[in-house]
Design a protein around this ligand. Sequence first.
Ligand code: NAD
Length: 274
Amino acid sequence: MTEVAVITGGASGFGLALGARCAERGLRVALLDRDGERAEAEAEALRETHGVDAVGLTADVADDGGVRAAAGAVLDRFGRADLVVSNVGVQLFGAVERLTDEEWRWVLDVNVVGAARVARAFVPPLRAAPAGRLAFTASSSVLDPAGRMAAYQASKFAVLGLAETLRLELGDDGIAVCVLFPSGMASRHLETSAAAQPDHLRRPIGEQEDFEAMAASNPAMVQAVVSPEEAAGNVIDALLNGERYAITHGDLLTPVTTRHEHLRRAATAARGTG
Ligand SMILES: NC(=O)c1ccc[n+]([C@@H]2O[C@H](COP(=O)([O-])OP(=O)(O)OC[C@H]3O[C@@H](n4cnc5c(N)ncnc54)[C@H](O)[C@@H]3O)[C@@H](O)[C@H]2O)c1
């Protein structure tokens, strides 16, 4: 039987583009999204274009019952899940001094606890799969951060922490854990983050002043923007092979090696102490 890919936040952008790459390679696809109508319309397009079975399901990762129900619906329809990509992430700009506790809680609940909910619901079928792969969409900003994005970036660092822990917990089950680091993509991210915002927190996802300060703090971040399709195409092999990390695009070698050089120095200094 052909493998089944499940992607959260699959109705748009990077998640949808990953779904299309999977369909292109013959996998059956489940697109889970809080916008279930759009997910089903996109699944229909995948069925028509690629001739594979695909389904769009409503699932808000902020709602544990909804995530569990969607996992049940995937298993009812396909009987298995081989690749699960926890891809949802909402954005909210703002200086640390401005972000409220409630805003922090929203971003962390969707981006971090949401990812844990997805893992909890899908680990049992992944255990049963011949080659289970569990992937998480983090962000290049974990590797090369910018200002005005503390809540979002902290959430993506936490997604990396969740994935690294799951790799240890699931290693004996033969489930590969992969972390995807997309750099800038021209998507509907600000629009869908605004749509997902709870009513009591409603405010612009970012102000012009935030965008300018973010760009000034890390000019490379705003320069490296590609389409979600291109980004997904660059990492699909790594994802299907269950590789540990995959970076979609951009030159992150300097920030990555600089951080690790500092860590190497700190680890060397600590060696032989304690
Ligand atoms: N766009 C970028 O530049 C960029 C860069 C790095 C990382 N990312 C990450 O890539 C992922 C996908 O973002 P994108 O740019 O494709 O955005 P997008 O807006 O095109 O797609 C995100 C999808 O997630 C859905 N969604 C939002 N909240 C949800 C929830 N609570 N439950 C279920 N679905 C929900 C939206 O309805 C939308 O369909 C996110 O995790 C984002 O943080 C994006």
